[in-house]
Design a binder for this molecule. Structure first.
Ligand code: NOJ
Length: 589
């Protein structure tokens, strides 16, 4: 453990927006361009923590998380044992889609802080030995971006950077094609000409406030390269790439004719020419020392065939392995997910990037708290059963703890999402009027959307805001309530309540990540072991004496005779692994 405090004093007032980082950080502040630690290949086995800035920690008392809050809590991430921090979009934005609608790629949103604070964050994370990844959103901008505003005002050069098309029908009153937005409804919105007449339509694969860029424009490509340079030059170690299978659309924008973008080839997604972009980005990243890295958010249909293309040695370094987000808590499907993913890794040489949850899906403690799917679920189907099936959160949390004991043992990169280390569950009962996710709005309120996984973290104390915000702002007025309501039950899950409790989820994550670093650095491939039941997964990592045993069944299972348990997701006694429990063991030691 470092000397950096894990849980700052309970609800201590932070009277100025500027946090006071631990002196240990100040002393070790590294120059901007120097990344921490040794090893240019750090990204092959790292643990990366995903920060939704808005929900992590609030430094100035306005109820919204910010850079100051993140800086003041870096010690928590350091003590957790992560190698890198990935910050969701922090750029200037109207926040229609939580910052995935960027108005200025080179500015920090004023609600989050300043560029100077962002630079300080990078230095301080580096000083603590953690890398910093940002989120780049190249498929679309905000409708408030200067380019799009100029385009709407009639500037032809600006229009050429987006996908404006005349409508179909006698008067152009129908969208140019039949594509659907990922957030429901048509993927086209009609504009008005500067003199108020109905005009052309523009494409938006997400919300109307997120117009798609036209990547056949060289200006677009050059601008995004320059954005990357801007942040790389500030010491940022890499980017998570939003919608990496988007960007390029089929020539002529033909109709999709009912093809489901998730399962079938669709002219709006996964076009071969997108790889030219990634090759150019990789070439730029490789000019830096140490080279900067990318992790792709890519959802191509025919995933096992098409995803490896993004991971060719001259393209993106890693891509999220998303299958665990939707796979049931059952042994066979989990084993298949691992096998499929490792097979892809063998094809490309890229490590798998394991995620159990993120800001787009229902938290795993809740997903595992209801009956498990016979087939793969989706976000929509998962959320649709909230009203009809009461979650057993104790069960869900037990399974979620076991799941991370499994994924931490797998070869590759491990992503940990905001508050996952506290065992947080999804907040399902946010009042409709407090929800801000465009999915909720665009579904006419029938789909609650993703806000329930983005509720501000509980740090300390017995009642909201649970130390998320200081009690007072800089001018002495009372702090605002968190931007989304926190449930009272989270009093038991604050970082402070879990710190020092050996049975807590926080202690489990700390122990697991420390052991992973100690025992699995440089470990070889995975080998499945014979297990006593089809409901049990058992694996070893070549070159180590470590085995991971996971019981996904209903009854207890025997562990190997004479084994020693290094860490387990729940109590393990008498050589028996209870249901919904996982353990790392060494045999014959
Ligand atoms: C994927 C991001 O994870 C999601 O949150 C966002 O809404 C879409 N891309 C659009 O940028």
């Amino acid at each position: 453990m470092s000397g950096v405090s894990t849980v700052p004093g309970p609800d201590a007032a932070r009277p100025t927006p500027e946090p006071t980082p631990d002196p240990a950080i100040d002393a070790a502040v590294a120059p901007l361009e120097v990344a921490p630690g040794a090893g240019r290949e750090w990204w092959r086995s790292a643990v990366v923590y995903q920060v939704v800035l808005r929900s992590f920690a609030d430094g100035d008392g306005d109820g919204v998380g910010d850079v100051a809050g993140l800086r003041s809590r870096l010690g928590h991430l350091h003590d957790l044992g992560v190698d890198a921090v990935w910050v969701n979009p922090w750029y200037a934005s109207p926040m229609v889609d939580a910052g995935y609608d960027v108005a200025d790629y080179r500015a920090i949103d004023p609600a989050y802080g300043t560029l100077e604070e962002a630079e300080a964050l990078v230095r301080e994370a580096h000083a603590l030995g953690m890398r910093v990844l940002l989120d780049v959103v190249p498929n679309h901008t905000s409708d408030q971006h200067a380019w799009f505003r100029a385009a709407l005002a009639g500037d032809e050069a600006a229009r050429a950077r987006y996908l404006f098309r005349p409508g179909r029908g006698a008067h152009g009153e129908l969208p140019p094609n039949d594509w659907e937005s990922c957030f429901r409804g048509p993927a086209w919105t009609r504009t008005r000409t500067p003199d108020g007449e109905p005009g052309e339509w523009y494409l938006h694969m997400f919300a109307p406030e997120q117009p798609d860029l036209d990547w056949s424009s060289r200006e677009v490509a050059e601008e995004m390269l320059d954005v990357l340079r801007f942040w790389f030059d500030r010491g940022v170690d890499g980017f998570r790439v939003d919608v990496a299978h988007g960007l390029v659309k089929a020539p002529g924008l033909p109709d999709a004719e009912g093809r489901d973008r998730r399962t079938q080839e669709h002219p709006g997604w996964d076009q071969d020419e997108v790889h030219d972009v990634w090759r150019e980005w990789r070439a730029l990243a490789d000019t830096y020392d140490p080279p900067r890295v990318f992790v792709a958010e890519a959802w191509p249909a025919r995933r096992t065939e098409r995803l490896p293309l993004y991971l060719r040695p001259d393209e993106l370094h890693t891509a999220f392995e998303f299958e665990p987000l939707h796979v049931a808590w059952r042994a066979r499907p989990w084993r298949d997910v691992v096998d499929r993913s490792l097979a892809m890794g063998e094809l490309t040489g890229a490590p798998c990037a394991w995620v159990l949850t993120n800001h787009d899906v229902v938290r795993q403690a809740t997903r595992y708290a209801r009956s498990q799917w016979e087939v793969k679920g989706t976000n929509e189907t998962e959320r649709a059963r909230w009203p009809t099936e009461v979650p057993d959160l104790a069960l869900g949390r037990r399974r979620a703890r076991a799941a991370v004991v499994l994924t931490a043992a797998l070869p590759g990169v491990l992503y940990v999402y905001l508050g996952e280390e506290l065992g947080l569950d999804e907040v399902e009962d946010i009042p409709a009027e407090r929800r801000v996710d465009p999915i909720h709005r665009r579904s006419g309120g029938t789909d609650p959307g993703r806000d329930g996984s983005r509720v501000p973290l509980p740090w300390s104390g017995d009642a909201p805001p649970f130390g998320f915000s200081p009690p007072m702002t800089a001018d002495g007025s009372p702090g605002a309530a968190p931007w989304l309501p926190q449930p009272a039950r989270w009093a038991a899950l604050t970082a402070q309540a879990q710190d020092g409790d050996p049975a807590s989820t926080l202690s489990l994550y700390r122990r697991l990540l420390a052991l992973r670093r100690e025992r699995l650095a440089g470990a070889g491939p995975l080998r499945w072991l014979d297990a006593p039941s089809p409901d049990v997964l058992a694996l070893a990592r070549e070159g180590t004496d470590l085995q991971c045993w996971v019981n996904l069944g209903d009854g207890p299972a025997a562990l190997p005779e004479g084994c020693r348990v290094l860490v387990s997701s729940g109590p393990v006694e008498g050589g028996v692994l209870p249901a919904d429990t996982a353990a790392w063991v060494v045999v014959g030691a």
